[in-house]
Design a protein around this ligand. Structure first.
Ligand code: ATP
Length: 358
């Protein structure tokens, strides 16, 4: 029996609600397949924990996490902690500490889900976000605080090694997709150092992937292309900041932030990778039992695929598509379902799949 050690970090807001739903679905799958088992350990690291202890990750925390096969993460962010403190306290130390440099964000309109776009059915994208440097490298500072000459700097850091590995990763993904098309997103017209290097290295790497069709788009222009000509995009590679913004747009165009998944990968598998829904803490619906768990289920499917459990991942995706096609929707998708009822519906579809196969 294959066994995977999963570190669950539910975090803040609706994080605990959706992670608990996700674990319920994962346990159902594991129990049914018989081929694998999950050993789940919960980590209480959250903003409440920070307010009590003064830190998000206790000493030695990353060392403990390192022993897991994957991290299943909910959300971080609380009303009583500044966002930059919570982000740099929990999510970024894990993503950067474990060199999860490739952030993968698939977007498509699931069956039955309504996109705000008339041509939303054409959305079938994978956004690859550089996840370790760029604009979020943490390079900057503040001086002369409070004085008229106060200065704040935020320096984007691009390294040849960092840029080359994310482009190569994006080409590998594009090469495996039917359309084999990769769009380079840039801003090298206005930013003439790091961004020009970003473009140059892209075309160097492209020589190793002659079967992948490439094009290049400025980040501002690509937003209009996403809205007006979604069929012209397939895989998109963008910097940390650009892809952060583009993937929220992609999620909204796909119907709701509540269905968008993401994987923070360390492709070399030297460290565990981290899987999380794209959405944040969603304070407006926290505790109401109506958070859409689909993003977390899709995230769980990505985690299963990463762990090598492709058949289980495919079964889970099929179950998700069946319940969206049946219109089992939480309020963000215009329905009246609850987190619990969507979860039960998925578990029932999974049980029915087993019965049908028997
Ligand atoms: P962050 O900065 O932490 O990414 P955010 O400010 O982008 O967070 P979210 O917390 O993701 O915002 O919420 C944005 C909106 O989307 C809110 O109205 C929220 O209720 C809604 N939303 C987010 N996730 C879900 C979900 N799983 N189910 C239903 N609605 C959601």
């Amino acid at each position: 029996m294959r066994e995977y050690k999963i570190a669950a970090i539910p975090g803040d807001g609706i994080g605990p609600e959706v992670i608990s739903a996700g674990l319920q679905v994962l346990e159902t799958l594991a129990g049914q397949d018989g081929g694998f088992k999950l050993g789940v350990e919960h980590f209480p690291w959250s903003s409440d924990y920070y307010l009590e202890k003064g830190y998000y990750i206790p000493e030695g925390g990353l060392e403990r996490l390192k022993q897991f096969d994957a991290i299943f993460f909910g959300a971080v962010g609380a009303l009583n902690v500044p966002d930059h403190v919570s982000l740099w306290g929990l999510r970024l130390p894990i993503a950067q500490g474990f060199d999860q440099y490739a952030n993968v964000r698939p977007a498509r309109v699931l069956p039955g889900v309504k996109s705000p776009l008339a041509n939303g059915k054409d959305i079938d994208w994978v956004i690859i976000r550089e996840n370790s440097e760029g604009e979020y490298a943490g390079n900057g500072g503040r001086t002369h605080r409070g004085l008229p000459i106060e200065t704040g700097t935020e320096t984007a850091v691009f390294t040849r090694a960092g840029v080359e590995r994310i482009h190569r990763f994006a080409f590998e993904i594009a090469q495996k997709r039917p359309r084999k098309h990769l769009t380079l997103v840039t801003k090298s017209n206005a930013q003439r150092f790091g961004m020009v290097m970003w473009d140059e290295i892209f075309y160097e790497v492209a020589k190793d992937y002659p079967d992948v069709k490439v094009d290049r788009e400025l980040v501002d222009a690509v937003t209009t292309r996403m809205v007006l000509k979604p069929h012209t995009l397939d895989v998109v590679v963008a910097t940390n900041l650009h892809a952060d913004i583009l993937s929220d747009l992609a999620a909204a165009l796909s119907g709701s932030l509540g269905i968008a998944p993401t994987a923070n990968l360390n492709p070399e598998r030297l460290f565990p990778s981290m899987f999380e829904p794209i959405h944040g803490s969603a304070f407006d619906i926290t505790g109401k039992g109506v958070a859409n768990p689909i993003a977390t289920f899709w995230t769980a499917a990505m985690m299963l695929e990463h762990l090598g459990e492709k058949p289980a991942a495919e079964r889970l995706m099929a179950a998700i598509e069946q319940i969206t096609a049946n219109g089992v929707f939480t309020p963000d998708l215009g329905g009246h379902a609850t987190t619990a009822s969507v979860t039960e519906a998925i578990c029932k579809v999974l049980a029915d799949q087993v019965k049908k196969a028997a």
